[in-house]
Design a protein around this ligand. Sequence first.
Ligand code: SF4
Length: 112
Amino acid sequence: MRIGIIVRDETMDACTGKSCLDAFYGRRDSFAEYGAEVELCAFTTHNGDLQRKIDKMKEAGITCIHLGKCMRNECPEYEELARRLAQDFDVVGYSHGPQEYPARPTIFLEKR
Ligand code: SF4
């Protein structure tokens, strides 16, 4: 199984993605159920040419996208992006840290 992570573009001005990557490679938080065979094949932001990014991720065999904690906690486009991505992927609406976030429900969608 191959997955990708999409994070908030503005956050990447000051973040290296370390907590996302630590959680993935440590199989913690949103990645806790994954075995060693699961590959992280994309780490990108939500802006830019999203359709091209989606096409590239499909070509790479990615079937599930995790949205960064920063997308859920800070991005007004979180729900819209999750719905768009669910046209092509399963969507897990967070990456590292607790699954619950009081200010906004965490989204989980299966590919339509
Ligand atoms: S989810 Fe956390 S570690 Fe990942 S890009 Fe956003 S702020 Fe950085």
